[in-house]
Write a protein that binds this ligand. Structure first.
Ligand SMILES: [Fe+2]
Ligand SMILES: [Fe+2]
Length: 130
């Protein structure tokens, strides 16, 4: 049994709106963890999660645009590739090639690595703005 992903203040990027959205994402991942053995619920949570991710990426890009963040285009491309990865993982799950547990593991890694590196760069950029 896997442990819950904690909201880690170390990945707080310092933009309240984004941090709140990331926290919601952690809640959804933990819900998936909780309902791993109940495919109907796990499926609903995954659907909500996929929609939430699309919303969150758009929301982040809007904030980057508003702040004239020079890394916006690169970040947008990374988001696109993350969405593609997520899509592939969901296709594998639906094709019976992987389990909810494997999907959960993917989501944890996927969330943590992007947030702590790429989103953090935007937080740093904002901190250094006059
Ligand atoms: Fe993010
Ligand atoms: Fe991002």
């Amino acid at each position: 049994m896997s442990g819950h992903l904690r909201w880690d203040p170390c990945v707080r990027i310092g933009v309240e709106e984004i941090d709140l959205e990331h926290q919601t994402f952690v809640v959804l991942i933990n819900q998936l963890d909780h309902y791993l053995q109940q495919p109907e619920m796990a499926e609903r949570i995954l659907q909500a999660l996929a929609k939430y991710v699309a919303f969150h990426f758009q929301s982040e890009e809007n904030m980057m645009f508003a702040a004239a963040y020079p890394g916006l285009e690169a970040h947008r491309r990374i988001h696109l590739s993350l969405l593609e990865q997520l899509n592939n993982v969901l296709l594998k799950l639906r094709g019976g090639e992987s389990s909810y547990a494997e999907t959960l593991e993917f989501l944890r890694q996927w969330y943590c690595s992007h947030t702590s590196v790429e989103d953090m760069k935007f937080g740093e950029f904002l901190k250094n703005q006059p």
